[in-house]
Structures are given as structure tokens and as C-alpha cells.
Design a protein around this ligand. Structure first.
Ligand SMILES: Nc1ncnc2c1ncn2[C@@H]1O[C@H](COP(=O)(O)OP(=O)(O)OP(=O)(O)O)[C@@H](O)[C@H]1O
Length: 282
């Protein structure tokens, strides 16, 4: 569906160089700290920022060959842009009707009502949560094949976040669709994404299937002696701690079986990304 090959963008003090794939029928997550390069990646994909080098392929074509009509097959939300604050949702409905051939007005209006989005209020009177919900409702309103969603759940309370995630799951029930989503909230990505890319300082530091990450990765807590005796062949990263060492492995079962006395925590996106960034390679 979407493929990035060594996509590069340089800013003073920052360089982005990412390769990633978004497969058809899959939800792919991009997670990273503030300033890691998530929004820059998304803006380059959406043609809002010109890349310095690299290749983008969308719908099996080079980006330059993608027609304006095909671009309407991407639904996007960006954290720092949206409709003008002077507009009402009623006016936005008019814009969407004019812009997107496949805009489903009836469904959009039904969902606005479901999400308590007022039709006649100007956006400047909307809360952060209402604006965030409106962005996702808009991106999902015209049968796009690919959704590119930068932090769509930022600023939402737990209930609103859940309903947005549910909306995205429902979106994927139609065949041939994909989502690329970024978030700071790792639990959102864990519960939603088929695979996850972790980005740090403009570089992808890990790409893994979410189930593999949660089932097979683990964090070993070892004191000095235990660490000395540990078979290190499946250790990806190590971090010195007060009590000894934390070790990230992608073979939790191997260590659980061979070192039953060791404390081994299950993998989670937060633990893995922390170790990938702060840990050292042996
Ligand atoms: N237009 C720009 N000019 C100069 N530097 C920029 C520009 N846009 C982004 N940057 C820099 O690029 C780096 C990556 O920023 P980016 O917004 O992509 O990060 P992010 O991962 O989306 O962060 P956040 O989670 O805080 O939104 C930062 O160091 C930022 O200062």
C-alpha cells in the first residue's frame, strides 16, 4: 500500500532517514518521543514537506505518478493543522461534498451526532477533544484506502480515545484499506496495530509485529552474578541499573525455560522502546 525507502529530510540539528512498509489490510503504528521525526515523516508522505532524498511508493506506483484523483484515496489527520476555526461543521460538510466524490454525508452526519459534535458551532468554540474527533470523523468519511493519522488520539480522554480506536477498527472491516498511525500513547498502538515501527532521532530503531513484540519480547532483571552467567545470544540491549542489569530479549521463552530463577517481565511497547533507545548493544 505504502512503502518508504530511505526517505530523507534534513533540518538544522535533525536528520530523518526512514524506511517502512504499510501493508494492505494492516494497521501500522509509528511510535517515538517528542521530536523523533513522526510528523516530518507523515508530512513528507502527504506531500506537505519536500524530501531531500529517498523513494515513496503509494498504491504500487512512484509518488510522482499518483494522480490528484488517487490522492483523494488518502485520509489524513495532522496534529498541527485542520479546518479553519471560523467554520462550522455544516460548512465543512459542504466543503467535503465538493472535494471528495465518495464523501458519505449521511454516515458523517450520523457519526457527528453519535460523537456529540455540534453542526452549527464554529470550530473555535470546540474543545480539544471535539476537534480531534472531528478530524478522525473527516478522514474516515470518504472511503479512503489509506489513512495517515498523526497523533489522532492526542488530547482525548480515555472514553473518547476508545471510541476513536473503535471507529478505526470498524474502518478496517472493509477490505483493501490500511492505516498508518502515530501516537504517544503506547497502549493505543498495542491494542490497535498489527505492526509497530519505533523511531528515535530520525531513525527506525525497531520494526516488529505487535503480537511478537508482546508475546516473545521480555525484560530480564539480573543482578551482577546472574548477568555474568547469562547466555547473551538473544539479548538485544542491556542497561546498567542499581541492582545489576536490565536486558531486552526477543526470546523470552528461552530465558524463562533456562533461567527459572530470573525475573522476566513480558514485553510492552513502552519497555521495548525505552530499552531500544537507552540500552546498549553488547
Ligand atoms: N519546518 C521545520 N524547520 C526546522 N526544523 C523542523 C521543522 N519541522 C520539524 N523540525 C525538526 O524536526 C525534528 C522532528 O520533528 P517532528 O515534528 O517530526 O517530531 P515528532 O516525532 O512528530 O514530535 P512530536 O511528538 O513532538 O510531534 C525536530 O527536531 C523539529 O524541531
Amino acid at each position: 500500500m505504502l512503502s518508504l525507502k530511505n526517505l530523507q529530510k534534513n533540518y538544522p540539528g535533525f536528520s530523518l532517514d526512514v524506511s517502512m512498509e504499510v501493508e494492505e489490510g494492516q494497521i501500522t503504528g509509528l511510535i517515538g518521543a517528542n521530536g523523533a521525526g513522526k510528523s516530518t515523516t507523515f508530512k513528507v508522505i502527504l506531500g506537505l514537506v519536500h524530501p531531500d532524498a529517498g523513494e515513496i511508493r503509494l498504491f504500487n506506483k512512484d509518488m510522482e505518478q499518483i494522480s490528484q484523483k488517487e490522492k483523494a484515496d488518502i485520509g489524513a489527520t495532522l496534529s498541527d493543522s485542520g479546518f479553519s476555526n471560523c467554520l462550522t461543521v455544516k460548512q465543512i460538510v459542504h466543503i467535503l461534498t465538493e472535494t471528495y466524490e465518495k464523501f458519505d454525508r449521511e454516515m458523517f452526519e450520523k457519526r457527528c451526532s453519535l460523537f456529540s459534535i455540534p453542526m452549527d458551532k464554529k470550530l473555535k468554540e470546540f474543545s480539544t477533544g471535539m476537534k480531534a474527533k472531528l478530524k478522525v470523523l473527516t478522514a474516515t468519511s470518504f472511503d479512503a484506502r489509506l489513512l495517515v493519522l498523526d497523533e489522532p488520539t492526542a488530547g482525548l480522554d480515555v472514553i473518547a480515545r476508545d471510541s476513536i480506536l473503535e471507529l478505526l477498527r470498524e474502518y478496517m472491516e472493509t477490505e483493501g484499506r490500511s492505516i498508518l498511525i502515530s501516537s504517544h500513547i503506547s497502549s493505543d498502538l498495542e491494542s490497535l496495530c498489527d505492526d509497530i515501527y519505533m523511531i528515535d532521532k530520525g531513525r527506525i530503531v525497531l520494526h516488529e509485529n505487535t503480537d511478537v513484540l508482546l508475546d516473545e519480547y521480555g525484560l530480564i532483571k539480573a543482578d551482577e552474578k546472574q548477568y555474568e552467567l547469562l547466555d547473551k545470544q538473544h539479548i538485544l540491549k542491556v542497561k546498567k541499573e542499581q541492582y545489576g542489569y536490565s536486558c531486552l530479549t526477543d526470546e523470552r521463552a528461552f530465558y524463562a525455560e533456562n533461567y527459572p530463577q530470573l525475573a522476566i517481565e513480558r514485553g510492552s511497547v513502552d519497555k521495548v522502546i525505552t530499552m531500544m533507545i537507552k540500552g546498549e548493544v553488547l
